[in-house]
Design a protein around this ligand. Structure first.
Ligand SMILES: *Cc1c(COP(=O)(O)O)cnc(C)c1O
Length: 357
């Protein structure tokens, strides 16, 4: 080890789902949307003047911020935008979690939270989910330096009620509560209306899942003007131009077509409800999902074995070797054709002769 390595900021990074290079695979491992974004996005790309790339983008991404503010009937000064919600969450951690008290989040949740806590030297404690994989709101009514909850939660797919979240937000006036709503558009009730009542609530959203735009990297947060101002101060102390010109144009175009968005979400939800039945018949159990994935465990066969066998058949799902969830597979909802192939593969792997689906 070199001397200078003693003073390096060392960290085990977050490991995202595999992005295999092969073409003919069925990709159900990173919760991408199987349908494309609005055709308006294609028009925006075609209309984009490549010569404009020589100019810096608008540091405030005003066009995109206005679209988001209009969508949620809030003020542009209540909107923060970033390079995917990972960027937004990372800035929020850096801005708001700055005390000696521990930040709280569930023991089973988005596995980026503890990575940000570590890289920014934030003290944290995880709080166990109950047997049904739900949170217990009362567990979060104790001394803390902030709270972060994914709702619906990942990788479980479980939705908490707005009442439970409100109990946590109102019971913690001394901390910022971040609610990560990456999957809220697939049938959950949003906490956004609470933003009007509580200046310590930050709601985070992404274009990556419900808006079918994981490849362009847009995330945002809605909160009180005070919260957003603090976040922008931190962001502009690191990088003034996070949102590039093409991204801003594509994001604004996507928001101009709510019908395509709604119809994509509806299709995913319909396929998910069908998948719940199909997986049950194949012997899987899972907490009820309000997202675009199902977190499923087979009654007899190990997740590790199913994961490997599916991969051999070029079907990618997600599996964590983490104690407590090592027997679960997180299966993204694809098109109904993708899902049909998944059920066929699972029937073969599990030796189920004929599944009546
Ligand atoms: C996918 C996901 C994100 C990150 O999404 P981006 O692509 O960075 O916008 C954040 N939180 C949760 C819970 C997610 O599942």
């Amino acid at each position: 080890m070199s001397d200078w390595e003693n003073t390096v900021r060392c960290i085990s990074p977050y490991v995202p789902g595999e992005q295999p290079k092969e073409k003919d695979i069925i990709k159900l491992n990173t919760n991408e949307n199987p349908y494309p974004p609005s055709p308006k996005v294609r028009e925006a790309i075609e209309a984009f003047k490549y010569g404009d790339l020589r100019l810096y983008p608008d540091p405030d991404a005003s066009e995109l911020v206005k679209g988001i503010a209009d969508l949620h009937k809030s003020k542009p000064s209540q909107v923060f935008v970033g390079v995917g919600s990972d960027d937004v969450l990372s800035v929020a951690f850096l801005t708001f979690f700055y005390s000696d008290r521990p930040v709280l989040f569930p023991d089973i949740t988005y596995s980026f939270y503890d990575v940000w806590a570590k890289v920014y030297n934030i003290k944290y404690e995880t709080v166990p989910l109950n047997g049904e994989m739900h949170i217990n709101a009362d567990d979060y009514l104790r001394v803390n330096g902030g709270i972060v909850l994914a709702n619906p939660n990942a990788p479980t797919g479980v939705l908490e009620s707005v009442d439970d979240i409100e109990k946590i937000v109102s019971g913690n006036p001394g901390s910022v509560v971040i609610v990560d709503e990456a999957y809220i558009d697939f049938g959950g009730e949003s906490c956004l209306p609470l933003v009007k009542k509580y200046d310590n609530l930050l709601v985070v959203r992404t274009f990556s899942k419900s808006h079918s735009m994981a490849g362009i990297r847009i995330g945002y947060a809605i909160g009180s003007e005070k919260l957003i101002k603090y976040m922008n101060d931190v962001r502009f102390s690191i990088n003034s131009y996070t949102m590039n010109r093409l991204t801003i144009a594509c994001g604004a175009a996507e928001l101009s077509d709510p019908d395509n968005f709604r119809s994509n979400c509806d299709k995913v939800v319909r396929t998910r409800e069908y998948a719940k039945n199909a997986l049950k018949r194949l012997g899987f159990e899972f907490p009820d999902s309000k997202t675009n994935f199902i977190f499923a465990k087979h009654e007899t066969v190990s997740a590790d074995l199913i994961f490997g066998e599916l991969k051999k058949r070029k079907i990618y799902v997600r599996h964590w070797d983490k104690p407590g969830i090592e027997n679960y597979l997180r299966i993204t909802i694809g098109t109904s054709t993708d899902m049909r192939k998944l059920y066929d593969a699972l029937s073969a792997i599990l030796g189920v002769k004929e599944v009546q689906l």
